[in-house]
Design a protein around this ligand. Structure first.
Ligand SMILES: [Zn+2]
Length: 75
């Protein structure tokens, strides 16, 4: 009886782990190359995660202010 309960528990655990890993994989970016990559802010020369960066002028910036400042520099 106890043995059967243990096997059921193990199966439930494996199913939960499978569901959990598939959710985690779905939660990631659809493009794996864009996952956790860092981009250089050409204005203040700091690295920011691409998913948090502000794309502008063909570059990525750490903040909207940097994007605007860089844009005015170029003109
Ligand atoms: Zn910046």
């Amino acid at each position: 009886m106890i043995f059967r309960f243990l096997i059921l528990g193990l199966l439930a655990y494996l199913v939960l782990m499978l569901i959990y890993s598939s959710i985690r994989r779905k939660g990631r970016s659809t493009d794996p190359s864009q996952g956790e990559s860092m981009v250089l802010d050409p204005h203040c020369k700091s690295y920011v995660p691409k998913n948090e960066a502000y794309p502008s002028h063909g570059h990525y910036f750490c903040s909207e202010e940097c994007a605007r400042a860089y844009g005015s520099e170029q003109v």
